[in-house]
Design a protein around this ligand. Structure first.
Ligand code: GLU
Length: 477
């Protein structure tokens, strides 16, 4: 059975790159009817934060990427937080030590850095020179007596490592370029390499799907799997995500967080759809896919080698399509949840029906919401230009005429702005801005905004008359 994992280090919010890795693992597991495991890689206590682990978990849930085993749901090969697995790592480290596959290293960070710089200056690979590999017992004791602490290094075998990456094809590494590396730090915590291999081995991970930035770690991991007696999983290294311009996302403009898209009102299913297309494409090249479509069509073979670039326009397109695919009731519920409104708010579904085709994200509804929700216009506190406008004689005439037309209008279809507008043009002899601006100002307090033919039916007769009356009263003052 396929067993895959998403293994984030909780050092920040879930960003697009992480989220895409999680998604591809999840899609693969769901397509193959395998297991998707969440493992929190928090061995680096200084950089990890519980609040980030919690936020990542929440964001994954929001995206709908549920896991079968993980910190909160448990499972047979837990715990699923690396910080709770210290005794396990110790046991495996001791085993490697006693089998002569690992050894204590007494080099200090300063010494290591000095030698690294030297190697670089000579144009040599800055690998560890394995100098503590063959220390005599006497040397070891001497270092200990000097009060040096020791880390534990893994003895990297000689030769090459090759594997068939499911995205990149055949990969071969010369182990001569890889120095013996630390598996347990001097303070006793495992390194990333060691914890990952012990965990992937014990958790029975069959496929490691992760970013290409880990490709150079894979030879180390393969030799560690060999030494630990685990069968190495298959690997699929995902191409990196590029910025809008095609260059790599630099550290400075780091990939945006999933929550920033959520805050902008992108639907979870739209973000999932968009992320899936960053580095993968379905056989039929369709662009709008539901979660179910993605699960049924996903295969690792569809992953692309080339870099996928963020494309804001495409995200907007995908987002708009998913918004449009919702029934008005469903969309109203999503808007209510986003704005913490009572989902039974009577006018909400009407509003959604009227403006749905104008929305690309949930938050595009905000200007309409503000207009509809306002209880009193309070013109005394609005922009000067609006105040001046509704004081003008001509504007007051328009509003009087508007009031009369609205009062006369109605019926089962509610207030229809088209006929009112014709009526107004006739009775005032005005047209264009001279006609529309005063009406807009009275109804919305603004000089621009959503189309009046959407707003008018939403407000309904009573509220319109009340607002126009307020504007006329203010104009007199
Ligand atoms: N914890 C690693 C990271 O966040 C992922 C390790 C892996 O996928 O092997 O980059």
């Amino acid at each position: 059975m396929v067993r895959v994992r998403f293994a984030p280090s909780p050092t920040g919010y879930l960003h697009l790159g992480n989220a895409r890795t999680a998604l591809f693992n999840w899609l693969f597991a769901r397509h193959e009817k395998g297991a998707f495991i969440l493992r929190i890689e928090d061995t680096d206590a200084a950089r990890s934060g519980e609040e980030y682990a919690a936020a990542m978990t929440e964001d994954l849930k929001w995206l709908g990427l549920n896991w079968d085993e993980g910190p909160d749901v448990g499972g047979s090969v837990g715990p699923y937080r690396q910080s709770e697995r210290t005794p396990i790592y110790r046991k495996y480290a001791d085993a490697l030590l006693s089998r002569g596959l690992a050894y204590p290293c007494y080099c200090t960070p300063q010494e290591l850095e000095g030698r690294r710089q030297e190697a670089l200056a000579k144009g040599l690979p800055p690998r560890y020179d394995n100098r503590c590999r063959d220390l005599s017992e006497k040397d070891r004791r001497r270092f200990q007596d000097e009060g040096r602490s020791s880390s534990l290094r893994f003895k990297v075998r000689s030769g090459t490592v090759s594997f068939r990456d499911l995205v990149r094809g055949e990969v071969q590494f010369d182990l001569g370029l890889v120095g013996d590396f630390v598996i347990v730090k001097s303070e006793g915590t495992p390194t990333f390499h060691f914890a990952v291999c012990v965990d992937d081995g014990l958790m029975g991970i069959t496929h490691v799907v992760r970013g290409e930035d880990h490709l150079s770690n894979t030879p180390r991991h393969i030799v560690l799997f060999e030494a630990l007696g685990f069968k190495a999983p298959e690997f699929a290294h995902l191409s990196m995500i590029g910025g809008e311009g095609g260059g790599l996302l630099s550290k400075r403009d780091e990939a945006p967080s999933v929550r920033s898209y959520r805050a902008r009102g992108i639907l979870a299913e739209a973000l999932v759809n968009y992320l899936a297309l960053l580095g993968w494409s379905p056989k039929d090249n369709r662009e709008i896919l539901t979660g179910q479509d993605l699960v049924s069509q996903f295969s690792l073979a569809g992953l692309t080698k080339s870099r996928a670039a963020l494309d804001h326009k495409k995200l907007e397109y995908v987002s708009g399509q998913h918004i449009r695919a919702l029934e008005p009731q469903g969309l109203a519920r999503r808007i209510a949840a986003h704005y913490r409104l009572n989902p039974d708010t009577p006018w909400l579904v009407e509003l959604v029906r009227a403006v749905k085709d104008h929305l690309v994200t949930l938050t595009d509804v905000e200007p309409y919401l503000k207009i509809v929700q306002r209880e009193t216009m309070d013109f005394g506190s609005c922009a000067r230009e609006t105040q001046e406008l509704i004081r003008r004689e001509e504007a007051r005439k328009v509003l009087e005429a508007f009031k009369t037309s609205v009062a006369r209008s109605g019926g089962p279809g509610g207030v229809d702005f088209h006929s009112i507008r014709q009526d107004l043009a006739q009775s005032t002899g005005l047209n264009g801005k001279a006609l529309l601006l005063p009406v807009r100002a009275a109804l919305t307090r603004e000089s621009s905004g959503p189309e009046l033919n959407l707003i008018v039916p939403l407000l309904g007769k009573e509220r319109i008359l009340k607002r126009v009356e307020e504007a006329l009263q203010f104009g007199k003052s």
